[in-house]
Design a protein around this ligand. Structure first.
Ligand SMILES: Nc1nc2c(ncn2[C@@H]2O[C@H](COP(=O)(O)OP(=O)(O)OP(=O)(O)O)[C@@H](O)[C@H]2O)c(=O)[nH]1
Ligand SMILES: [Mg+2]
Length: 304
């Protein structure tokens, strides 16, 4: 029985060859296993992947340093770190956006280690990481995690009396840590509370109101998170074949078509002649070249 592996599987295979650390290899292999279709034809592939993961896990040296212990390997289409003051609702937000069941409580430092979870946005998964409260005294691993991330969500408790002060303090930490130019979404949580509504009216800072508890603004937020990443989902089509809308390639918005061709297969770079560009729900077909800049939801059929 043919395995019918999706194109993203082969892109990950290429990435695996370049991966150096066991952690990176495990993360790629786990992603390959996750997207591998589950049927009889792929049983051997699945077995091989599982055995490679098990072998690498055994090989992994015992880590003692917190810095490395708390690094989270990236998964999915992008990694977003959720940060903010104590009790602002970071864990509640993680739970509202994903299937995670992070512990919530009205006392501070309920979360003491980073907790990753996957958020589904349409046909892709985006990794979110919940973290302990962010203060000037936060440990180095949190700064490292934030620096390496593709984007940040900063959550404030809008119902707090000192909200303006808290926003100012947090922005200061981001500046001091050299993170002010990262892609950041500022959120004001607990808008379900009257006090929060009152504070929000007076705020001058650009902040998006939500309620993690009542799920207000959560669906819109998922789209905002996707937009923050500035990525594009590209579907590769083979002449005469069905389009696989479930396994898009993920590239940075505006990536040149030839770069994607290289990711699909090195051979395509030299043999590339032109590509047909289709759009969902449109019968229009455009002919594009190597330098075409990819947009979200482009359907590409490469001709050699
Ligand atoms: N009214 C209201 N309460 C909320 C909302 N989101 C969270 N809470 C409450 O606020 C408290 C803190 O929520 P958490 O999600 O644990 O906050 P956190 O930021 O993860 O807290 P730490 O991990 O300690 O930093 C809990 O009692 C939650 O039930 C919200 O949207 N509205
Ligand atoms: Mg928490």
């Amino acid at each position: 029985m043919p395995a019918n592996l999706p194109p993203q599987f082969f892109a990950l295979l290429a990435k695996l060859k370049e991966a150096e650390s066991p952690e990176e290899k495990i993360s790629i292999l786990e992603e390959m296993l996750a997207i591998c279709p589950k049927h009889k034809g792929t049983e051997k592939v699945q077995r091989d992947l599982k055995s490679k993961i098990a072998k690498l896990k055994k090989q992994k040296p015992q880590k003692t340093k917190r810095e490395t212990l708390y690094s989270i390997p990236k998964q999915g289409a992008g990694q977003i770190i959720i940060v903010g003051p104590a009790n602002s609702g970071k864990s509640s937000l993680l739970n509202a956006l994903s299937n995670a069941k992070a512990k919530l409580a009205s006392y501070p430092f309920t979360t003491s280690t980073p907790q990753p979870a996957m958020m589904k946005y349409e046909n892709i998964l985006i990794q979110l990481v919940d973290t302990p409260p962010l203060t000037k005294e936060s440990p180095g691993w949190l700064k490292a995690l934030m620096s390496a991330a593709d984007g940040l969500i900063v959550v404030f408790d809008l119902a707090k009396n000192e909200i303006t002060e808290e926003i100012k303090n947090l922005k200061e930490i981001l500046n001091n840590w050299g993170l002010e130019n990262k892609k950041i979404l500022f959120l004001g949580n607990k808008i379900d509370l009257p006090k929060a509504k009152e504070n929000f009216q007076k705020l001058k800072d650009k902040i998006c109101p939500i309620s993690a508890q009542n799920k207000m603004g959560i669906e819109e937020l998922k789209k905002e998170i996707f937009n923050l990443l500035e990525i594009a989902r590209i579907y590769s089509k083979k002449p005469g074949k069905e389009i696989d809308f479930e396994h898009p390639f993920i590239v940075k918005k505006g990536t040149k078509l030839i770069k994607l061709a290289k990711e699909i297969s090195e051979d395509l770079v030299s043999s590339f002649k032109y590509a047909k560009l289709f759009r969902k729900n449109s019968s229009k077909v455009q002919i594009v070249g190597k330098d075409y800049l990819l947009k979200d939801q482009d359907i590409i059929e490469i001709h050699t």
